[in-house]
Design a protein around this ligand. Structure first.
Ligand SMILES: Cc1cc2nc3c(=O)[nH]c(=O)nc-3n(C[C@H](O)[C@H](O)[C@H](O)COP(=O)(O)O)c2cc1C
Length: 308
């Protein structure tokens, strides 16, 4: 069976400009949007239209929702389901303390019943694929994870993405990929695995293990060609890094509101600069800039001064 490749949902990163860039290189199977706040969606804010832009391939775009109120999340899911997209994903994995404190993200993992009731409320309102992204749980307790996911499955969840770390674990401890295969054994629905994919070779390796999809996050920002490279069975892709950076700036200008340009550029280059010999130095230089034009100049200057 063909294993799918997913782009992970990442706040301030997995927006349309990054998706366009990844598509330029050949794309992946599903693009998860950055988390969209169910509350903010109906508050009439000026930026919501940017968050719900499913381009360039709406048929591959999965809107991820975050929130704490089941009524609000259900209403938001019903609204997004009417737009062209591949599915709706519920964020039950975000461990950021500010998100958890409000009862959102990973806070859902504290109660099987609360999470189950949320899915049962959303299910009749959504025709497209309904999925959940989550972690192991608050403790390293596989039995609890299985119980939690079985309930989600019974309520109509069609896909689960497991980022196999506990809620309080940061990136330092490695993701426990053995949990992905073990969870898949316990469920009837597909299970995607996510965490610590560093390059195309690892994407291929994980896809060869027991899972239905492999999701990459940070590595796909560093190497937007990672999925294309994996599809070509690891055939080395050597893109022009200067041009790729400039293309990203162009896409950012086109597909993100001006208020987001600088913060999103810094987010992206914070990862993309890792491809360069003097990447840390360049990152610091870019972070000092206050406008996108300045960021572009510093970027070009680096390539004038250094061969890569
Ligand atoms: C900057 C950043 C933002 C993230 N935002 C989200 C998010 O909005 N929703 C979500 O479910 N996970 C989010 N995550 C977690 C990623 O989806 C993913 O689970 C994590 O980065 C591990 O995958 P990786 O090792 O391939 O990066 C974020 C991660 C990062 C680094």
């Amino acid at each position: 069976m063909k294993v799918s490749y997913f782009l992970a949902p990442m706040a301030e990163l997995s927006h349309r400009a990054l998706r366009e860039l990844i598509e330029d290189f050949g794309g992946c199977d599903s693009y998860f949007t950055e988390m969209i706040s169910a509350t903010a969606l109906f508050a009439g804010g000026p930026f919501e239209k940017w968050y719900i832009d499913a381009g360039p391939k709406p048929e591959k775009c999965v809107f991820q929702l975050v929130g704490s109120d089941s009524g609000q999340i259900s209403r938001a899911a019903a609204f997004l389901d009417r737009l062209e997209c591949a599915g709706i994903d519920i964020n039950m994995g975000c461990s950021a303390p500010l998100i958890r404190k409000t009862g959102s993200g990973a806070a859902w993992m504290a109660s099987v019943d609360r999470a189950g009731e949320l899915i049962s409320q959303i299910r009749p309102l959504v025709k497209r694929r309904l999925s959940v992204k989550l972690r192991i749980g608050f403790k390293d307790d596989f039995e609890y994870l299985v119980k939690f996911c079985r309930r989600l499955e019974a309520e109509g969840t069609e896909l689960i993405t497991l980022h196999p770390r506990t809620v309080t674990e940061k990136f330092k401890r490695l993701a426990r990929w053995e949990y992905v295969g073990a969870l898949r054994q316990e469920l009837k629905i597909p299970v995607a695995g996510n965490g610590d994919i560093a390059n195309a070779q690892e994407l291929i390796r994980r896809a060869g293990g027991p899972c239905d999809a492999v999701m990459a996050g940070r590595a796909a920002v560093r190497q937007p060609w990672i999925f294309a490279e994996a599809r070509e069975r690891g055939g080395r892709y050597i893109p022009n890094l200067e041009e790729t950076g400039l293309r990203f700036i162009e896409l950012l200008t086109k597909y993100q509101p001006v208020e987001f340009h600088v913060s999103r550029a810094k987010r992206f280059f914070g990862f993309f600069c890792d491809n360069l010999k003097w990447g840390t130095y360049l990152k610091n230089q870019l972070n000092r800039e206050e406008g996108l034009a300045g960021i572009e100049l510093v970027w070009k200057e680096y390539f004038k001064q250094n061969e890569n």
